[in-house]
Design a protein around this ligand. Sequence first.
Ligand code: HEM
Length: 212
Amino acid sequence: MTTFTSDDRENAKKLVEEAPYHPGYEDAAMGNSLAGAEQQGDDDKDYKEALRNKDKAKADSTLNILNANFKYFGYGYMNDPHEAIPPIEPTFYSFRTMVGLGFWFVLLFILGLIFILRNKLDNKKWFLYIAIFTIPLAYLATQMGWIVAEVGRQPWVIQDLMPTMAAVSKINTSSVQLTFVLFAVTFTILLIAEIKIMLSQIKKGTNEGRVK
Ligand code: HEM
């Protein structure tokens, strides 16, 4: 993931402002109009026509434009420099929450280790309570990390080359709904089974203290 500084954002803005048209793969090779620049349509047509007419010189010159702009490949899809800026707030706060929790876990482990080595863990009821309440925080940290990775990389699927808008799969809504329901049902059944097994084990209890 790339972390954007304010300088990066300024550069991204300048980049798109200074050269509003950068041909992307589809523009140059398939003649798709996505950048919204008037010049683009002509270039696409020129390139396709050059290919059709086997006009190597013209095809080469269009290809040269693509090669010269290759490092801006993905910017060809954007109409506004602001589209290159990721949502800063969710990334900022999620990252700090994740790292804060990471430090909290390390502190808790060190404390736990000290108590274990001193054979005092059983007496520290407050510590055991804190440890139990820390369990869900591990899930929270994971979710925050995922937000950092996924939101922080926007709008790119591949930095500078492929924006998210160009990578959206053409899947029917019904397919997504069907798999969602299937997963929801399967995992709910598994959850019920797991809770049943745990409850029956708890009812049985341990063998400790029992006379055999
Ligand atoms: C303690 C300090 C921590 C630091 C410095 C840190 C740093 C990072 C960074 C830089 C990323 C982004 C990686 C990328 O996409 O390039 C990340 C992602 C992530 N982090 Fe953390 N992290 C910390 C703690 C934690 C903890 C405690 C958890 C979970 C218990 C966690 C779970 C994750 C997850 C799940 C991702 C997303 C991975 C992905 O989908 O690619 N992190 N972390």
